[in-house]
Design a protein around this ligand. Structure first.
Ligand code: FES
Length: 548
């Protein structure tokens, strides 16, 4: 039976069950089209001790591209992944493969200067070529397609933004053209900036193809294997096996081996996605982006992005995303997660002839303070430990750049992008944003003093979670569908911020650096190094036991 999304009285039946079955759960309850479209590739758990040249933690686009390119250089590689291939944020992207950076070249040129902005443009353009080359070389059936992208004005914005971007891109030798009207969106009558040479694919099919190629190159992949300890000698898995390696690469969206250095220089954001049915051939295949604010914690002008995906003989999926907010801080302007979906559905229905919504999911974006990913040697660590993080909303190209750059660093080959992406860099012109983000983190500690979401666990229905006061601190509580209560300390194991309940993904999310935990306390996003501590509480949140 058709279901309704609660919220703003929008008729938006979800014609499909969007909750992931437990075998396919990724970093939340919702199911992306990509994960639903492919059976998990059959890899096993780590079941022995190994010694390799390079061990890579994380089987998303950064980790697998690195493993693949190193395996082509003859390196003996092993990949460990705590879920399945692409089951982290790479399976929750919308896979815009683009050199039209979300942060805009006009801004990047202003803060980094012309030379570095040119390098950013070159590296993202080259990443698109490398993906295309890998698809052809390895014969990966992943719906890869070259197409155009259109940047158009958000209602809050004006043409100067597009003029500035036209000017900046042309100075950096990125092909762009200003056109009147937005192809595919008749109601958007203003000008737009067209970027040729963009691309899309199905990210899980691409990653499965990369994984198969790694195995053909005699690399090893272990899934459902959490690395519980990572140091400069290799990793130790939760089930007690080790992989010793000369080089260690941590490609886990947010680096789980870094406690401070990187987490003060990037901020986690949630982004929302819906996929609806649209009659085949209605629209040209393209990418569309508006000029809204990607970090709408600071403004209320949220950004939107759209693409198409082949679906069946009659329909395509129109995949629209946006409405971003800082992770664990959904309450700006009183908006909850479900309101974000409803706003996105409303925005999409106003612009596109979508017949019904088939999927909805959310993902995590790491926003570096200066718009460039952090790829290279892990700060304050041994020289043989590398990280890749800070996708900045361009995860497909940043992940591919990570593979190219880390491969060169390990092989000992000069790469001109090294300084641009160096995780130890400081960008003086973004000091104000750095301070603003870190003041926002400091503000989160007020949550130790505020009341909980509910006064008593009795207020929770089946399948609901909340944060409840527990003496001087707080507890994260969840009632399962049978009414059984699960209680954990709501203090994040990373740097002790108080978690927030995310009712759409059924996760406890940290508002400081983006760690996330399932409703059963299991960590699904770093930097938290381990699961939540289980506690006993009474009905009103005090220490003790609650009798169900
Ligand atoms: Fe840093 Fe929670 S992720 S305190």
């Amino acid at each position: 039976m058709a279901k309704k999304i609660k919220g703003q009285n929008i008729e938006s039946p979800l014609t499909k069950e969007t909750e992931a079955p437990s075998s396919r759960k990724t970093s939340g309850r919702t199911l992306s089209y990509w994960v639903d479209s492919v059976k998990p590739a059959p890899f096993g758990k780590l079941d022995r001790n190994l010694k390799v040249d390079v061990v890579i933690v994380g089987a998303g686009i950064s980790g697998l591209t690195t493993a693949y390119l190193l395996s082509r250089e003859g390196k003996n590689v092993a990949v460990v992944e705590d879920g399945n291939i692409g089951s982290g944020e790479s399976g929750r992207t919308t896979a815009h493969i683009s050199n039209a950076l979300d942060d805009r070249y006009s801004y990047i040129t202003e803060i980094l200067g012309m030379d570095k902005a040119r390098m950013a443009a070159e590296s993202h353009s080259q990443a698109i070529h490398i993906i295309e080359d890998i698809v052809q070389r390895e014969n990966i059936d992943c719906d890869f397609e070259r197409l155009k992208g259109y940047l158009f004005l958000h209602p809050s914005d004006n043409k100067k933004t597009l003029d500035d971007e036209l000017n900046a891109t042309q100075q950096l030798s990125i092909r762009t053209e200003m056109i009147e009207g937005v192809p595919g969106i008749p109601m958007e009558t203003g000008p737009c900036l067209m970027f040729p040479d963009q691309a899309t694919f199905n990210p899980i099919k691409y990653l499965d193809g990369l994984a198969a190629a790694i195995v053909r190159n005699e690399g090893k992949i272990f899934t459902n294997t959490r690395a519980s300890k990572i140091d400069d000698s290799g990793i130790l898995s939760e089930n007690g096996f080790s992989i010793k390696a000369d080089f260690i690469v941590v490609a886990t969206n947010s680096p789980v081996n870094d406690k401070f250095a990187i987490h003060t220089k990037q901020a986690p954001y949630r982004t929302y996605v819906i996929a609806g049915l649209i009659k085949k051939g209605t629209l040209p295949h393209a990418l569309w982006w508006d000029t809204g604010d990607q970090n709408s914690i600071w403004t209320n002008d949220p950004y939107h992005y759209v693409r198409l995906q082949n679906y069946n003989d009659e329909y395509e999926l129109l995949i629209a995303g946006g409405e971003d907010h800082k992770t664990g801080q959904p309450n700006e302007e009183g908006l909850q997660e479900e309101d974000r979906y409803n706003n996105l559905i409303k925005w999409t229905y106003e612009r596109f002839p979508v017949e019904s919504i088939e999927y909805k999911w959310s993902g995590q974006v790491m926003e570096p303070v200066d718009a460039m990913a952090f790829i290279g040697k892990n700060p304050m660590d041994s020289d043989n430990v590398f990280i890749a993080t800070g996708d900045s909303g361009n995860g497909m190209t940043h992940g591919t750049i990570a593979g190219i750059l880390i491969t060169d660093l390990i092989i000992g080959r000069h790469n001109p992008w090294e300084e641009l992406y160096d995780p130890s860099r400081k960008t003086m012109k973004t000091a104000g944003d750095f301070i603003k983000e870190n003041l926002n983190v400091a503000k989160q500690f007020k949550e130790y003093l505020t009341p909980g979401d509910v006064d008593s666990v009795k207020d929770l229905g089946p399948g609901q979670g909340a944060i409840i006061r527990s003496g001087l601190t707080k507890a994260a509580v969840y009632k399962d569908d049978e009414g059984k209560l699960f209680a954990y300390s709501a203090v994040c194991p990373h740097l002790k911020c108080i978690l927030e309940w995310n009712g759409e993904e059924k996760t406890f999310d940290c508002p400081c650096h983006g760690s996330r935990f399932t409703c059963f306390g299991k960590v699904v996003n770093g930097p938290a190094p381990h699961d939540l501590e289980e506690i006993g509480i009474t009905e009103n949140g005090q220490s003790g036991s609650y009798d169900i």
